[in-house]
Design a protein around this ligand. Structure first.
Ligand code: ADP
Ligand code: MG
Length: 232
């Protein structure tokens, strides 16, 4: 198995406050981690333990203060913003708790958007977006606006938008945090399906039920990986 993610002693230090009273927060404190292609990993830990910071670094939304990050073998530690955006667009799908759909765009348009940034021709954009929406079970909702969809359906559109890029890595930060338990279960079933289809998934959650769907649980505390639990 090829590693998709390799972190070597990654630190992320936030500095805030005035010059005289500087406050340092060590959000990640020497995290080393390897994730292979096709793994379904969840990340658990108390609030403030560094889960979102870790995910943002994996998703190239943030940079380590020190340490190294290899994505599918390529060193992406020190890319500038433009290069990071390019790699993110092509290789990473990010799913947020708050969906972040464009309210005036249909489901189909929302899913096409990453491909617009990539400059793909319209017909190809459309057929790929349709395929991604079908994969998440929304073939009959493509022309709906976000306001015409349930929470679980909105999250599925957001997942389709992540999938349409055929990313090497799918990242989700508390993806069921805004959903009722029934919709949450739908999203979990979808993650199972994606894992079965060979996707590499990293999901931050504080719900043990979600973590138990994955095959490996990383436990964080105070910016450190304190336990790497492989489930049967
Ligand atoms: P989690 O997702 O596990 O709740 P975070 O990764 O969001 O934790 O935060 C880890 C630590 O970093 C916390 O102590 C938090 O207050 C701090 N932190 C997060 N983002 C920032 C920021 N932009 N500036 C300063 N401190 C931050
Ligand atoms: Mg968080």
């Amino acid at each position: 198995m090829k590693p998709v993610v390799e972190l070597h002693q990654v630190e992320r230090i936030y500095r805030s406050g005035s010059r005289r009273r500087q406050v340092e927060v060590r959000a990640l404190d020497g995290v080393s981690l390897k994730i292979d292609e096709g793994e379904f990993v969840s990340v658990m830990g108390p609030s403030g333990s560094g889960k979102s910071t870790l995910l943002h670094i994996l998703g190239l939304l943030d940079r380590p203060s020190s340490g190294r990050y290899l994505l599918a073998g390529d060193d992406v530690t020190a890319l500038d913003d433009e290069a990071a955006a390019r790699v993110r667009n092509r290789r990473i799908g990010f799913i947020f708790q708050a969906f972040f759909l464009m309210p005036r765009y249909t489901a189909l348009k929302n899913v096409e958007l990453p491909l617009v940034y990539r400059g793909l021709p319209e017909a190809e954009r459309r057929s790929r977006a349709e395929r991604a929406l079908a994969e998440v079970g929304l073939a009959d909702r493509m022309d709906h606006l976000p306001s015409e969809l349930s929470g679980g359906q909105k999250q599925r559109v957001a997942i389709a938008r992540a999938l349409v890029q055929e990313p090497a890595l799918l990242l989700a930060d508390e993806p069921t945090g805004n959903l009722d338990s029934e919709s949450g279960r739908e999203i979990l079933a979808l993650f199972d399906h994606l894992h079965g289809a060979g996707k590499t998934l990293v999901v931050v959650t504080h719900e043990r039920e979600i973590a138990e769907r994955s095959r490996r649980v990383l436990h964080m505390r105070d910016g450190r990986l304190v336990n790497d639990e492989v489930l049967g």
